[in-house]
Design a protein around this ligand. Sequence first.
Ligand code: SAH
Length: 287
Amino acid sequence: MSAANGPPEGRSEPDPNESPRPSAARPAPGEAKARGPLGAKADDEIDGPLPANDDPEAVLLHADKPVASVDELRAAMQWAFENEDITPAALDRFAEHARLVLLGNQRMNLTAIVEAREVAAKHYLDSWRATRLLPLAGRSVLDLGTGAGFPGMPAALAEPQAKIVLLDSTKKRIDFVQETLAAMGVTRTTATWERAEDHLAKHRYDMVLVRAVSSVRENVRLLRKVKHSIKDLLMLKGASWSREVRAAEREAERLGFRLDTVWEHELPGDLGKRAILVYRAPGSQGS
Ligand code: SAH
């Protein structure tokens, strides 16, 4: 597996704002939604809806609010991870990274979650728990629609040996993620600006992680042409996961995605229920 950094397929200076690329084929009927906007309804409870574009007003969204200090973020991480088997060093790394995300959020729209404990639980604990379910070591991992770097960055920070590709179709966000990788000294994980459907036509992965991109049904539809490039598809979901699974049932079955495991977990401080869905994808056959 390899992943190129920088603009995909020779576009020298693309529109910095959004995902649709001139080379992309016209979406088939029903496909546009799958490529569609940030924070699809089903995932609103993970992070409030963000605008599809980094519109100028959004840039000012958090600029007037003070950003939590690294010390505050470290204390919040200790609170969120109190019952977890994780090293203090990893929590320090999370706090440092969280500070970069919150600072970045003042100049571009990265997250609606800005309160320290919420950041710790909803972004870091939620992301990290996915790494407890299936070990990342020795497996090729794609974070599809990483946004500001979730769930892939917490996974990469907690497991420096993991090789993760953080993928997003919005160049601004990938530029930001690349900055954070460099600032945090993470070298095995890379960030790539490309659409998932294009990227997966060229690269195969053992695991694809998806959080807050679209509903289960739309995610599965998005991946229908590249389903053989994936072994395990992990979706990080909120409390309404079972409704989403039901709504996706026929489509998933038709396309050969089989729901293997559901792990329900709770965030501390009544911050909500979450679930990790593991679908075995067609790429797992014969391996
Ligand atoms: N996973 C992150 C970000 C969610 S926002 C989190 O949980 O916080 C969804 C992100 O998916 C956006 O940054 C958007 O640009 C990206 N995205 C949407 N469709 C995509 C596609 N087809 N390929 C790659 N990225 C996509």
